[in-house]
Design a protein around this ligand. Structure first.
Ligand code: ADP
Ligand code: MG
Ligand code: MG
Length: 886
């Protein structure tokens, strides 16, 4: 037979699955010999049985009775006894604490009779009535579902009648009236009397805890946090102790260190003559622990001693709830405390220095998300600010600048030294240049996985997206807030990518010390010292190398300062945009081979120059360059725009020969599904000149560097290969170019030729492909799109939010690798590729290369490196180190 109830003395902190977090820690404290009011825990298993069958398990009532009898014996009182009642609290407690679970009900066991007994026995009628009205209020609202406002309104009215705002000013008569009022409220709104039978109170409260597992808020939270649906919650039933028995009593919360800054030394709040949550409710002013020493030195000293015991025992910062009843200290809860990212780094290092934990454990206690958080600038929270709207917190940071509504203006103003915020309805690849120069990006549409959000995160650019209250008019160059305020081009706004807030005007910003440290500046800050030590430890521990995705020398140089060990992905598309667009157009509209080579010849020196700068920035480190990937029409004018221009030209009788040619090309290259069209290696096969020109530019640039005394290690990467034959065709030409360049320059350029693995077919035939490749780089963005069969740009804004809500995936597969699906393909390709070619070098260059959970997976399957955007490089280093800890 299953046991559903355990005494606090029979559990320990490692039984969170069965006893919930609160129950397990109450048991642990009990067994440490700390003063914990006795009680017992009804297990999560009982909850699961209840939720499955809709009723309590048959044996539960008898078990509870047995434990209650023990408790009564221990306390020398009977639950709800008319002359000297035992009272208990009923507290929910799942494995993970979560919002939406039933609030604790205190003072269970009081009724019309036992309240008199409590008054008599404590010789304090006010205290008894105060406890009873609290029970009615908590039980009414949490167990019987009466709107809590009814009670708080009645309480406020009672205080108002006495011309006070303090609960403590209510006297016995007031409280007696309030008790009757509360009972009437329950009768009216719950359609039943407040249950006078103490056992019924306990049972109803227990069931309400079970039921609260399925409240909307709890369900939503579990989905967000990826907490399984079927854990259930435990219920703790515990003898009451009373902090509301006058000024020699009180209740408090404390931390063994400062959870905000991580400073060593205790931190806490205490409130005299208070019960339960009063101390955190903010209705009365609390005092510090130091002041508590003045009020009740003995309890204070004992508390400090217990805090030390707990911290040593848990080897971590503890969060504690306690109550003093008439000069006697009681411990009511402890758990490993939540902390800010700054505190996490500092506490971990302090504890290692204090010898409580080793550096491996310190590294386990911090994570990449916390580090990323520490790298973004912040708005000064004390500054005055006017909120315009709230959108989604898509990419953290604090950005201030003038609003601009198109990328060209962004670029122009930024070149003049202005800080700008690019405001769009949503962004497209066209906006890229504008996003690069902007301080931040604000959109009125799209979610956390929209183009704006994804690209901004990749660049470490602050972004607020989907601020729907903004009506953005890019033509007029303005946006209007729902309440009517209009922001025009040039007006200053501030956006907070950590909260999604959009402010009018310039909110003062504070710099991130951590970025300054990564940039190589001397920063004398305790936080920076902690970060530096943990980064060193992670670097020493990691097996994975960390490269960066960088397309410019500037990004490459920064990434290198941030610790990148090469470039894992240098995209070449942007090298065909801007002023060079015309040259690409020439190439596309070329009608003869001669015209085509002429166009390519013009592009060659420009490309060579791009690569030269990048090799310089990455001197001595490998640089993987991906040959051009996107479909050509992306470089041509829009079909509609062009058609309109042509129509206008016709009316005026202009000849516009070039435009006519362009229009033909646009029509010819038009694809209804460009993602699956003529792109990547397919382009390289159809227009061979493009790939050979790029290869030549790469190798000539490398030769030039080598001749100049530097070094260059190009790795030429072919995108979108599905079959080994495609790779072989292109590879043969690349090899020929290499031979030519060597002959022409007299310089041998060490180089590698490899391929992206970003199509399921490539992954499935990786064994064959590996025979023709020196390296694989998993392009997990496309691999995800191609495996799921959806295009990121189309689906993120349309149905992803529904999919996330309905739990199809707990997190976007573009943010964190879909390990079951896409991950299987990666794993298989690694195994087959290595089997066919043991020398094969393996990396990943999709966005997942900077995502903590994905990095742990890439470490496990045995990749050689991950590559991510410059700002994620420190995060990847940290997580690659953490991935090695067992
Ligand atoms: P939460 O999970 O919201 O913190 P708790 O179960 O810890 O809920 O209880 C809410 C408040 O009631 C806390 O301040 C707690 O210390 C207090 N409390 C719980 N049980 C008792 C008890 N047996 N005696 C006195 N106070 C209690
Ligand atoms: Mg608590
Ligand atoms: Mg791709």
């Amino acid at each position: 037979m299953t046991t559903f109830v355990f005494d606090f003395a029979d559990g320990n902190k490692d039984q969170k699955d069965l006893l919930g977090g609160k129950g397990a820690n109450l048991a642990e404290m009990t067994n440490l010999g700390l003063p914990v009011p006795p009680g017992f825990t009804i297990t999560t298993e009982a909850c699961r049985a209840y939720l499955e069958s809709g009723g309590q398990p048959d044996t539960l009532e008898a078990e509870v009775s047995e434990h209650l009898a023990d408790l009564e014996k221990k306390m020398g009182r009977t639950l709800g006894d008319a002359s000297d009642p035992l009272l208990v609290s009923v507290r929910s407690g799942a494995k993970f604490s979560m919002p939406g679970m039933m609030e604790t009900v205190l003072n269970i066991g009081l009724n019309d009779e036992s309240v008199a007994g409590l008054a008599q026995h404590s010789d304090d009628e006010r205290f008894a009535l105060d406890s009873y009205r609290r029970l009615l209020q908590m039980f009414g609202s949490t167990v019987l579902d009466v709107d809590a406002e009814h009670f708080s309104d009645a309480l406020d009215a009672a205080k108002k009648a006495k011309d006070t705002t303090e609960d403590l000013d209510l006297d016995v008569e007031d409280l007696r009236t309030l008790v009757e009022d509360f009972k009437a409220l329950i009768r009216e709104h719950a359609g039943r009397e407040f249950p006078q039978d103490p056992r019924e109170q306990m049972e109803l409260a227990t069931k309400a805890v079970f039921d609260s597992w399925n409240t909307d808020r709890a369900v939503l939270y579990r989905r967000q946090e990826r907490i399984p649906e079927d854990l259930g919650t435990a219920v703790n039933i515990q003898a009451m102790v009373f902090g509301n028995r006058g000024m020699t009593s009180g209740s408090g919360v404390c931390f063994t260190r400062d959870p905000a800054s991580g400073d060593q030394g205790v931190y806490g709040d205490y409130l005299q003559n208070a019960q339960g949550e009063d101390v955190v409710a903010g209705t009365r002013n609390t005092v510090s622990l130091a002041d508590m020493a003045e009020i009740d030195k003995e309890s204070h000293d004992e508390l400090i001693e217990i805090m030390e015991t707990l911290e040593k025992h848990y080897k971590d910062m503890c969060d504690i709830e306690f109550t003093v009843e008439d000069g006697k200290l009681w411990m009511l809860q402890t758990r490993v405390g939540k902390r800010t990212p700054e505190a996490a780094f500092r506490i971990a290092v302090h504890m290692a220095d204090e010898g409580l934990i080793d550096m491996d454990e310190a590294l386990r206690r911090v994570n990449g998300e916390q580090l990323a958080n520490l790298m973004f600038p912040r708005f000064d929270v004390n500054a005055e600010r006017t909120l315009l709207a709230k959108g989604m917190n898509a990419s953290p940071g604090a950005a201030v600048g003038r609003a601009v509504f198109d990328w060209a203006t962004a670029v122009e103003w930024a070149e003049n030294g202005e800080d700008v915020i690019l405001v769009r309805k949503e962004t497209t690849p066209e906006d890229l240049h504008g996003m690069m120069v902007a301080r931040g990006v604000l959109t009125s549409r799209g979610g956390k996985t929209s183009h704006a959000a994804v690209v901004a995160r990749g660049m470490g650019r602050t972004c607020v997206c989907g601020a729907e209250a903004l009506d953005v008019d890019t033509r007029e160059g303005e946006f209007t807030v729902r309440d009517g305020k209009t922001i025009r081009e040039g007006d200053v706004i501030s956006i907070d990518g950590s909260t999604g807030e959009v402010f009018d005007g310039a909110v003062p910003v504070a710099d991130s010390f951590v970025v300054r440290y990564f940039e190589g500046q001397e920063v004398d800050e305790p936080l920076v010292e902690a970060v530096a030590r943990l980064m060193d430890h992670a670097d020493a521990a990691r097996r994975l190398r960390v490269r960066t995705n960088a397309d410019t020398a500037e990004d490459a140089a920064r990434a290198r300062r941030f610790g990148a060990q090469g470039i894992g992905l240098c995209r070449t598309e942007h090298m065909f945009l801007g002023e060079r667009r015309g040259l690409v157009e020439n190439l596309i509209v070329a009608e003869s081979d001669d015209e085509q080579s002429a166009a390519l010849d013009e592009l060659l020196p420009l490309q060579r120059h791009d690569f030269l700068e990048i090799f310089e920035a990455m001197d001595g480190l490998p640089v993987t360059i991906r040959l051009i990937d996107p479909p050509l029409h992306e470089f041509l004018p829009d079909l509609t725009d062009l058609s309109v221009a042509m129509a206008v030209a016709d009316v005026h009788g202009h000849r516009k020969k070039r435009q006519r040619k362009l229009l033909k090309a646009v029509q010819r290259l038009h694809e209804s599904n460009p993602m699956l069209g003529l792109r990547g290696v397919r382009l390289g096969i159809v227009i061979p000149g493009l790939f050979t020109m790029q290869t030549r530019a790469i190798l000539e640039a490398a030769a030039e560097r080598i001749r100049g005394g530097g070094s260059a290690e190009p790795e030429i990467m072919i995108p979108l290969v599905a079959s080994v034959r495609e790779l072989d065709l292109v590879r043969a030409r690349i090899k020929q170019v290499a031979i030519d360049v060597q002959e022409e320059t007299g310089t041998t350029v060490p180089h590698k030729i490899g391929t992206m693995i970003e199509l399921p077919r490539a992954a499935m035939t990786a064994g064959e492909i590996a025979g023709s490749a020196e390296f694989f780089s998993f392009g997990t963005n496309d691999l995800t799109q191609m495996t799921w069969g959806f295009s990121r740009d189309d689906v993120e804004a349309s149905f992803f939010s529904t999919y996330l809500e309905q739990g199809v995936f707990p997190v976007s597969p573009f943010e964190s690798l879909d390990i079951d699906g896409v991950g299987s393909l990666v794993r298989r390709a690694v195994e087959d590729g290595k089997a066919a070619n043991p020398e094969l070098h393996l990396g990943v260059c999709g966005e997942h290369g900077g995502d903590p959970a994905s990095i742990h997976f890439f470490d496990e399957v045995g990749l050689d490196y991950v590559s991510c955007s410059p700002f994620r490089v420190p995060v990847a280093r940290l997580e690659a180190g953490r991935a090695r800890l067992t």
